[in-house]
Design a protein around this ligand. Structure first.
Ligand code: SF4
Length: 393
């Protein structure tokens, strides 16, 4: 793993290839958005202990269509056990559980995004579709404006526009055909899988050929992810914590590591090696050309939190010792204290340069070669895109 300049690049353990350490130029804005997706877990302070549920007039009209594509109980939203929260609410009737979303799919934005890791962004931008709601509820959520939708009512969704499965597939095709997106980037999609799976199948039947990126907190069931086998090309999961005390405290998910590590294992099972557009399985250190676009693989993101160096080291160590160079590790420094953590003795400050540098040094010392790091002051609320329904009409 090399540093200086930006992100660390890959070496490969692909049989028959010598490991290569490469240093790539850093995109200053690289993971700004990644933080947003890592953070959907955060709005915990805004969420209640028990999943609220109540009558709602907004019955999902496309629900039967979506379910017709699936025979899995996991996808039965009339008693939702889709994710580890197991709320058992009837989302098809408009009730909401921990994620705050009924069975109808709501999204907040569908547009090119240029702040992802360069191999994801590509020459034009990643075609990011931001879904409303989140099943994590992290207290520090950088995405809280769309992640916290508990206030949902039948007359007005607080953070999104309703999108039918058919229209979702059309949006994917528009991002590919008209905006020339590098890929389709599904941001915080797990609670909408019963709608997204048939929408993806429909889009592929109608000509979607660019890679599909699944951008998740990782707090989801491995058996649900199996439904994505053959549909998703690149997994972009977070691994936020190892400590159950920390995940309980910040995300009310004491089982986070157990769940997330199983989910990531399923992702790596589906995409066991990186593959780039030039046919290689690694990035070439000596190549000054633009980095090749990733076509397949797993990039695990870790957002370093202030004051949690020990747990961050445990995260990186686990990933490296478990997967070596079969995955990329993206170490992010962009944590930004949001209004909901104002006054919090731990979270109401940014990560110091020293904290981040120490973590990067640790990864390098460990032997990590396939990685990305952020350079510069990427922690800024100003980089959060507008969640105004852009691209959804
Ligand atoms: S997807 Fe939402 S409603 Fe279903 S179990 Fe998870 S948090 Fe609860």
């Amino acid at each position: 793993m090399c540093r200086e300049g930006a992100w660390l690049m890959p070496a490969s353990e692909v049989p028959g290839q010598d490991p290569v350490i490469r240093r790539a130029r850093q995109n200053f804005y690289m993971s700004i958005f990644a933080g947003l997706t890592v953070l959907p877990v955060l709005c915990q302070a805004l969420l209640s202990e028990t999943p609220p549920s109540g009558p709602n007039e907004n019955v999902m009209t496309d629900f039967k269509w979506a379910l017709s594509m699936s025979d899995s109980d996991l996808f039965d939203l009339t008693c939702c056990t889709l994710c580890p929260r197991n709320c058992r609410v009837n989302r098809a009737a408009g009730n909401v559980g921990y994620c705050g979303e009924p069975a109808d799919l709501y999204a907040a934005r569908a547009a090119l995004l240029k702040w992802e890791e360069p191999v994801i962004t590509g020459p034009v931008g990643s075609g990011a579709i931001f879904f409303s709601g989140c099943n994590m509820g992290c207290i520090f959520c950088q995405n809280y404006k769309i992640a916290n939708t508990k206030a949902f009512d039948s007359s007005k969704h607080p953070a999104g526009i309703r999108v039918t499965p058919e229209h979702l597939s059309e949006i994917m095709l528009r991002l590919q055909d008209e905006e020339k997106a590098t890929n389709i980037n599904l941001v915080t999609p797990s609670h909408y899988l019963p709608v997204i799976v048939p929408a993806l199948e429909r889009a592929k039947d109608n000509g979607l050929t660019i890679p599909v990126v699944y951008n998740t907190s990782s707090y989801e069931k491995a058996e649900a992810l199996k439904r994505l086998d053959g549909l998703v090309d690149i997994y972009l999961p977070d691994l936020k914590y190892v400590s159950s005390a920390l995940s309980a405290k910040y995300s009310k998910a004491p089982d986070y590591f157990d769940i997330a590590s199983r989910a990531i294992a399923e992702m790596v099972r589906q995409q066991p090696w990186p593959l780039f557009a030039d046919g290689s399985h690694s990035l070439d250190e000596e190549d000054d050309a633009d980095d090749p676009v990733m076509l397949k693989g797993v990039v695990v993101r870790h957002l370093a939190l202030p004051g949690q160096a020990e747990d961050s080291r445990r995260v990186i160590r686990y990933l490296y010792e478990t997967y070596g160079s079969r995955i990329f590790i993206s170490i992010m420094n962009q944590y930004t204290p949001m209004p909901q953590v104002k006054g919090d003795p731990e979270l109401d400050r940014r990560l110091s340069d020293e904290e981040y540098e120490s973590l990067v040094d640790y990864a390098i010392g460990l032997g990590v070669e396939n990685g990305f790091i952020q350079d510069g002051k990427t922690a800024s609320e100003s980089f959060i895109p507008e969640f105004n329904g852009y691209g959804l009409d």
